[in-house]
Design a protein around this ligand. Sequence first.
Ligand SMILES: CC(C)(COP(=O)(O)OP(=O)(O)OC[C@H]1O[C@@H](n2cnc3c(N)ncnc32)[C@H](O)[C@@H]1OP(=O)(O)O)[C@@H](O)C(=O)NCCC(=O)NCCS
Length: 210
Amino acid sequence: MTNPRTGNLSLEYRLVPAEDVLKAYTIESAEYPESEAASLENLVYRQQVAPLLFLGCYTHEQKDADNNNSNNMYNDEAAPTLIGYIVSTLSSDTSLTHSSMSTHDPQGSSVCIHSVCVTSAYQRRGIAIAMVKEYLKHLQQHVHIPAISTSSDDSQELADRNTNLVGVKRVLLIAHNELIGLYARAGFELVGQSAVEHGPDPWYEMIYRL
Ligand SMILES: CC(C)(COP(=O)(O)OP(=O)(O)OC[C@H]1O[C@@H](n2cnc3c(N)ncnc32)[C@H](O)[C@@H]1OP(=O)(O)O)[C@@H](O)C(=O)NCCC(=O)NCCS
């Protein structure tokens, strides 16, 4: 079913290539509070080690700078613009902690979401919820593709892990109270208050079982 708010936007989901990580960082640093925003270095690391877990939402809509929302045009030939993304890494922990978020464990069974971010000009149009649903669909597809490997060497195994997520069992995230409903609408369940302490407001852990 078409979402009435995103329905007239031409959205495209694709993995964020290395050359778009700076664009993601520009959005990240504008939208997250300074204390929560990932550094460019961390985003570059995540794209390098887990490219399959860095999904971008792009549009061909060109915003008219002088007219803000009121005069949008489409240009199918122009490179699409990154307007949002979700980025994660893998961990073998079954609950989110600072440590499960700090490095990528290629053999991990939990997808740990670091960022769900939409650039401000496109917020409150249902893009985050559409993007989260698309991300879960994308993960489901890769969980069910067995690796085709004829080699036992480690680099081959790692390469396979970058094209499939076989063995990955769950998706974890933490959110403040006001965004619990957004993730619940995409299918996440509330686990409870997280042990993570960062800033004055409590964090809540949520899980989606793949
Ligand atoms: C949070 C964020 C991703 C939401 O993106 P979005 O595209 O505007 O979200 P949606 O339009 O899909 O919102 C779906 C629902 O989520 C809730 N919601 C979204 N943003 C909200 C906000 N800032 N405060 C409270 N509720 C919010 C609302 O219930 C909304 O439905 P409604 O518009 O019908 O009221 C975006 O504001 C953002 O990038 N923020 C900065 C980064 C961040 O905090 N990410 C979340 C990390 S857990």
